[in-house]
Ligand binder design. Sequence first.
Ligand code: SF4
Length: 239
Amino acid sequence: MSEYHHMCMWSRCKILKIVEILSKTYIDYSEFVIRDALDDGYLGRPSNYFEFLTAVILSQNTSDRNAIKAFSNLKKVLGEITPESILRAGDDVVKSAIRISGLVNRKSRVLKQIALFLRDNPFYLKDLEKMDVEKARERLLELPGVGLKTADVFLLMVLKKPTFPIDTHINRIVRRLGIASASDRYEDVRMTITRYLDSNINALTMLHLLLIVHGRRVCTARRPKCSQCTIFELCCRNI
Ligand code: SF4
């Protein structure tokens, strides 16, 4: 085995070390967002599964701030967000409420399609609670507009099932760190990390949120700030 590969061997301990270091680095962020996420308060405190799913869909391709704003606008105009209230509302009402989150046509279409489906299958999301993670994932992926990341965010953050959602920041960082190789696909990375963390929900949630903030602040797409990086020693990019 080459020296490079030796230094880039990953293990549960090394990944937990990343969680430990980054929680200290982003203590400001961790105290609020992570505590909230671990205590069910993620994404602006939705009150039912459909609201959670709406919040996750609104968060696609936008910042947390805009997603939360769009979500609370929608709640303001609809009251509780339910399949029925979405279907009752006019297209223009939904679109103008969520405009700030971007991709308005796509997001409003997806919300309507899911609302239609769930109105006819009212226990579809509730039934996922009893399923194992992979079965529940398959069912979520059958919903219109729900891709791998959206399904995994819902499974981990809302249903507290062991999986690992990978967004663009995480995708970039795990390759730089050497946890995943360039040719690994979404599924490979998800399975590898879930296995390394022994399917521990808190560790998976922490790692997910901490890597996102690390990707935004330090391990940016262009010119990562490696000289300021607190996990530099664990990273394979600079070997
Ligand atoms: S050392 Fe650089 S590439 Fe590695 S995680 Fe830190 S910022 Fe990213």
